[in-house]
Write a protein that binds this ligand. Structure first.
Ligand code: NAI
Length: 269
């Protein structure tokens, strides 16, 4: 049985992922702001460093897998914080834990992105560049400054929608670029993205502002299956990506979104 670190383990998809791994007999080291084995704020460089060190200590320097699930949604007011938590959180954690994953016979990492990276037409190219360049202070400043250009009604409902979609876009690009480098690929550490669509969690209900489950057929993005996802629907794929048998997929993005991306971009490959 393996040892796995799961961020965002206190709620939603992270809690469901930790539960599936535990049900399968694995040891799980949960990381979150609260109610976790390790409490750390992945929105700050110090918090990320502390999380990495505590995970390494708890795992004795060797990990079989990491699920970087923690994140925030577009309803958060501070777009700079959204960019920092959603991009630098998983990137720093995975970079810090890569050597421990390489010590496993089958190191696996999976990151939760979002189908907003392909379905929200508000990707901020400058912010993508700053994120991929690793310039956190400039990325935070730029994300906040860009917010002022949003229409008033969007500032009300989803003030960080552009920073949110952009952080997930940059994250998927980072994975694609990183997964195939020798330090990951030739060390046998596989790295992939799951891009969920609308999944019923506290984050999603907070983002829609409704507080209760909306009607899938009245949702702003198409929901071809006529239903929303549940945290377990994502946890299922997290588990598959983390299995040692998943040995020929790296740098991929899997949309787990009830068909939203396919409906909005039917001709994209
Ligand atoms: P959730 O709100 O239920 O869980 C997120 C967890 O991340 C929480 O326990 C929270 O405390 C933790 N977290 C937030 N900021 C943190 C920080 N700075 N440091 C450490 N932990 C932190 O949300 P959900 O929906 O389960 O979200 C999981 C991931 O899925 C996120 O990355 C989110 O962006 C992504 N996502 C969610 C979608 C949805 O419809 N629910 C759709 C697409 C992506």
């Amino acid at each position: 049985m393996g040892t796995y670190a799961v961020t965002g383990s206190a709620s939603g998809m992270g809690a469901a992922s930790a539960a599936v791994l535990r049900e399968n007999g694995h040891t799980v080291i949960g990381v979150d702001l609260h109610d976790a084995d390790i409490t750390a704020d992945l929105g700050t460089p110090e918090g990320r460093r502390s999380a990495v060190q505590q995970i390494l200590d708890a795992a004795d320097g060797r990990l079989d897998g990491v699920a970087a699930v923690a994140g925030v949604g577009p309803a958060m007011k501070d777009a700079g914080a959204v960019a920092a938590i959603n991009y630098f959180g998983p990137v720093a954690l995975l970079e810090g834990l890569r050597p421990a994953l390489a010590r496993s016979a089958a190191g696996r990492a999976v990151v939760i992105g979002s189908n907003s990276s392909t379905t929200v037409p508000m990707i901020d190219d400058k912010l993508v560049d700053l994120l991929l360049a690793g310039d956190e202070p400039a990325a935070r400043d730029h994300a906040r400054a860009a917010q002022t250009a949003l229409p008033a009604e969007m500032m009300q409902s989803a003030p960080s929608i552009s920073a949110y979609a952009t952080s997930k876009f940059a994250l998927a690009r980072w994975v694609r670029r990183t997964a195939v480098t020798p330090t990951w690929a030739r060390e046998g550490v596989l790295l992939n993205v799951i891009a969920p669509g609308a999944v019923i969690t506290p984050l999603m209900l907070g983002s829609t502002g409704a507080g209760q489950e909306p009607d899938p057929d009245a949702f702003p993005t198409p929901m071809p299956l006529g239903l929303f996802g549940r945290p377990e629907d994502i946890a299922f794929w997290v588990h598959q990506f983390l299995r040692p048998e998943a040995r020929f997929t790296t740098g991929a993005t899997l949309f787990v979104d009830g068909g939203t991306d396919a409906a909005m971009r039917p001709d994209a490959q």
